[in-house]
Design a protein around this ligand. Structure first.
Ligand SMILES: NC(=O)c1ccc[n+]([C@@H]2O[C@H](COP(=O)([O-])OP(=O)(O)OC[C@H]3O[C@@H](n4cnc5c(N)ncnc54)[C@H](O)[C@@H]3O)[C@@H](O)[C@H]2O)c1
Ligand SMILES: N[C@H](CO)Cc1c[nH]c[nH+]1
Length: 866
């Protein structure tokens, strides 16, 4: 409920009236001349948003002027007569903008009557019908022929109705006796059932965010209105002037009551660290959304270091304008809900940056929105010709791969490039963003090293139902998802061995390449097998050993989204074969005609796979984790994939009913190249591009060691020129948009930075590169020297290419022979061995209160002692 008082301001002395904005709404009137209309419109425009304005119009005012008052921001008009009000409805002015004179009228903002006409019967009828309309928004207003006494006012507020009282008869000073106290009117509508007589009070900021809960008394409310400040009633310490000691004071903006008058709402502007004694903005912790963004940007405007990206955004008008246009354009092309939310958030970010730089607050923006919402007359809303033409052109342009949304938001908060090329324009230069590490703070560096965030923040919400459907509906669900995502209509989701030869027909060159790679991967992974169990005699007579066993049944995921990767079939199938897994199951998305690429079938055949699941994504993972009517359940799922595959692997691993483990999170490919002055720019660029072409979510990083401008430029030229010749140039463009070049001074600095990033692949294009391998702590796989391109590891050298991404190289190894095995331990004790350690066992069992444990040794020792 609003403040139970509507001050009436006369247009002629509108500028000199006392400040009663704490009431939250004001009636201006009577407006009876066009001069009054002009004055009132100016006043509303200048003060819009501070309070809600209504205007009392006489019959002399024509409809066009009334519309212009509403368009300017008047919340409602109070017409003088029924006829005038009905004329407004007839031309389409909504009832919600009209307070009807006289008896009740449906669907209006409220009705108003004079107190002399308000007989007890009418009062009862009006207050019931107006307030019981169910909307809670219709109000009964009462005018007086002379200034009412507080007692008369109380009768009105008790109805409940809102008294209209001339502003000059009101005061915010509770000590003044010649006028009606605003605080007394407010308190007249309050009730409480608290034994101490105080009123529960919610404190909110101007955005409506709840800051905390306090208590008020009539006295504290009077003091708050007088001081225009947060003054409350402490239950222990009496009157409480908020912030008097901490400095976290409040400006009181507005007071309101709740629907039944037993709770007060203080709307305040909070200064200092925040409302809570714990120095947080609210007693409920931090608040997010636009207010939080605004706070961050305001503090960045004050504190962002020179040279940082944020500082550049604030000071480089052209850059900021370009980002705003870029984000607006991306919003126009966004399709899915997630994309739209993402792009809109980016646009708000850069828009808010512009606002903060210009001293415009979010509250100003909201006020502007509210003012536009008040307009009765709608503009036609056509776009300017230049944008109509642009939209037409965009609609005619073939769709590009999804823009990588992360690049914009992360680049927005961190130090930017000397040259930040627009990689998204298909004609633009393809270039990594340069960052000079000496120019940025540690926290900015951490921010810059972050991977592009997954576009679907809520990926689990997408994947969960897919996994559940396959778990509960088996093959039927699996086939449905394959039809949906792969556009392949299959009869059976599984191809069982022996695989028909016609499904693995290959040209000799491809076969030879696979065979060569197969042999090398086999050699390297066989080399990892333990030649014999580990046997250690810890004390004489106590022999401990450890030996391995293959995991019986493994599910190997071979990606097939943007590219089909038979090499991944090799990298997973060969170690499974070497480890001796009994049941090898592959899964890979089929082509739309329902077939698989013959190379994958050939590899599956070579490693002795039992079946290939013709499905991809989360549904393939779920099928292997739980099993279906035709897909055999496996014990462990291995293999890389996109975000759906990775999320599904994580999900099934956590479901104890699936009893399945996974290798690691192996997501979008990445590479980090460390290059010194001796590095060949063409080699460096080719390595970067080899991973950038995997997907727009891939990320490639170059760390240049003491490179001068010409040396950096040479690499950048190579990146652009080589990229433009690639068939997957548009994917590369997307990946490079969030890829970076870091400039450092020494190799040690470079490797420290690489350890912090923990890349999937690390390439050392350095003079005497092998000297530096010892410094490497975190990387999936290391490629040493100019002649070791990463793609050799992808296919043929022998190492495995299924490697941890996203910084998981800090804790995970890449796939290896042991990923397909588990270790068991065993022990064998002689009587002497038992005697040697038996005492310790008995003692520790006693300490733990586990007597049966101790007895198992004790009975034997007693037996030996006989
Ligand atoms: N880390 C490593 O070791 C390594 C190795 C090889 C490949 N990779 C990476 O693996 C990834 C392979 O990804 P990919 O997309 O090309 O193939 P993928 O097989 O992993 O994913 C494709 C499948 O995702 C599913 N899918 C697509 N859109 C979906 C949606 N909107 N909702 C639900 N499911 C959906 C479909 O079933 C589709 O078949 C690449 O990022 C690549 O870089 C990593
Ligand atoms: N580079 C990928 C691992 O991130 C593996 C791969 C397969 N084919 C080509 N490359």
């Amino acid at each position: 409920m609003t403040f139970p008082l509507l001050p009436l301001l006369a247009p002629c002395n509108i500028a000199s009236t006392p400040d009663l904005s704490v009431v939250g709404h004001t009636l201006i009137g009577p407006v009876s001349t066009s001069q009054d209309v002009a004055t009132v419109k100016d006043y509303i425009s200048a003060n819009f948003g501070l309070v809600e304005f209504s205007v009392q119009v006489t019959s002399a005012i024509d409809i066009d002027d009334i519309i212009s008052l509403l368009d300017t921001g008047a919340d409602a008009v109070f017409p003088e007569t029924d006829e005038q009000a009905i004329a407004l409805f007839e031309i389409g002015i909504p009832g919600s903008r009209v307070v009807f004179p006289g008896e009740d009228y449906d669907d209006v903002k409220g009705v108003y009557v004079t107190s002399s006409a308000l007989t007890p019967d009418l009062a009862s009828k009006l207050s019931k019908s107006v307030l019981a309309d169910g909307t809670g928004s219709q109000k009964l207003y009462v005018t007086f022929s002379a200034t009412p006494t507080l007692e008369q006012v109380k009768k009105i507020t008790a109805l409940p109705a809102i008294p209209i009282i001339p502003a000059e008869a009101l005061t915010t000073d509770p000590a003044a006796t010649d006028k009606l106290s605003v605080a007394a009117v407010f308190s007249s509508a309050l009730t409480t059932d608290r034994p101490d007589g105080y009123f529960s009070t919610v404190v909110v900021d101007t955005q409506g965010v709840a800051l905390g809960l306090v208590y008020s008394s009539e006295e504290s409310i009077a003091q708050a209105i007088k001081a225009r400040a947060g003054v409350y009633q402490s239950r222990k310490r009496g009157l409480w002037f908020k912030g008097a000691t901490s400095g976290a004071v409040q400006t009181l903006v507005r007071l309101e009551l709740d629907c039944d008058g037993d709770c007060v709402k203080f709307v305040v502007q909070q200064a200092g660290k925040g409302f809570c004694h714990l120095d947080t903005t609210t007693c409920f912790g931090k608040s997010g959304g636009m207010p939080a963004l605004e706070r961050t940007l305001v503090s960045r405007l004050e504190n962002a270091p020179a040279g940082s990206y944020t500082r550049r955004l604030f000071s480089d008008e052209k850059l900021l304008s370009a980002k705003i246009m870029e984000e607006a354009e991306e919003l126009t092309t966004a399709k899915s809900k997630d994309e739209i939310a993402w792009e809109f958030a980016d646009l708000l970010y850069f828009g808010m940056t512009k606002a903060v730089e210009a001293g415009v607050s979010w509250a100003d923006v909201e006020r502007n929105l509210d003012s536009k919402a008040k307009k009765i007359t709608r503009r036609k809303g056509d776009a300017k010709q230049k944008w109509i033409d642009a939209a037409k052109k965009a609609a005619e342009t073939p769709e590009k791969p999804a823009p990588n949304t992360e690049s914009t938001s992360s680049s927005a908060i961190v130090n930017g490039a000397v040259k930040q090329a627009d990689n998204r324009e298909s004609t633009g230069r393809i270039q990594l963003t340069r960052v000079d590490v000496s120019d940025i703070s540690e926290s900015e560096l951490t921010e810059l090293l972050r991977r592009p965030a997954q576009k679907n923040a809520n990926i689990m919400n997408l994947v969960g139902p897919i996994v559940e459907a396959v778990r509960t509906r088996g093959d039927v669900a699996l086939l449905e998802f394959t039809a949906k995502f792969e556009k392949a209509k299959l009869k059976s989701p599984v191809l069982k061995a022996p695989f028909p030869p016609e499904l693995m027909e290959l040209d000799q060159e491809t076969k030879d390449a696979i065979d060569l790679s197969f042999e090398n991967v086999l050699k390297f992974h066989a080399g990892q097998l333990e030649s014999a169990p580990l046997v250690v005699e810890t004390v004489p007579g106590v022999v401990c050993s450890r030996f391995s066993r293959p995991i019986e049944s493994v599910g190997l995921y071979v990606p097939g989204g943007t590219a089909i990767l038979p090499s991944t079939a090799l990298m997973l199938g060969v170690p499974a074969l070497v480890a001796g897994c009994k049941n090898i199951v592959f899964a890979s998305p089929p082509r739309s005609d329902g077939t698989l690429t013959p190379e994958v079938v050939y590899v599956a055949h070579k490693v002795g796979a039992a079946a290939i699941v013709l499905a991809g994504g989360a549904q393939a993972v779920a099928a292997m984790a739980y099993g279906t009517e035709s897909v055999p359940k496996v014990n462990k799922i291995l293999g890389p994939g996109n975000q759906f595959v990775t999320a599904a692997k994580m999900l099934v691993q956590n479901d104890t009913s699936a009893l399945v483990s996974i290798d690691m999170p192996a997501g979008p490919s990445e590479v980090l190249v460390v290059a010194d002055k001796k590095a060949n720019p063409a080699f460096v660029a080719s390595d970067l591009l080899s991973q950038a072409e995997h997907g727009v979510d891939s990320q490639v990083i170059l760390i240049g060691v003491d490179l001068n401008e010409a040396e950096l430029q040479a690499i950048e030229d190579e990146v652009h020129e080589q990229a433009m010749r690639l068939p997957r140039v548009e994917i590369v463009r997307g990946a490079i948009a969030h890829s970076r070049t870091f400039q450092v001074k020494t190799v040690e600095q470079a490797i420290a930075l690489s350890n912090k990033y923990a890349p999937e692949h690390l390439i050392l294009q350095l003079e005497s590169a092998s000297k530096y391998v010892d410094l490497v702590q975190h990387a999936g796989s290391v490629f040493v020297g100019a002649w070791s391109p990463e793609s050799c590891g992808d296919y043929s050298s022998g190492t495995n290419h299924t490697l941890p991404t996203y910084g998981y190289a800090t804790v995970y190894s890449g796939v290896n022979t042991h990923s397909f095995m588990k270790h068991l331990t065993s022990q064998e004790l002689t009587p002497e061995g038992l005697k040697k350690i038996g005492g310790a066992v008995v003692r520790l069992a006693t300490v733990e209160g586990l007597d049966a444990h101790g007895n198992a040794v004790r009975v034997r020792l007693e037996h030996l002692a006989k």
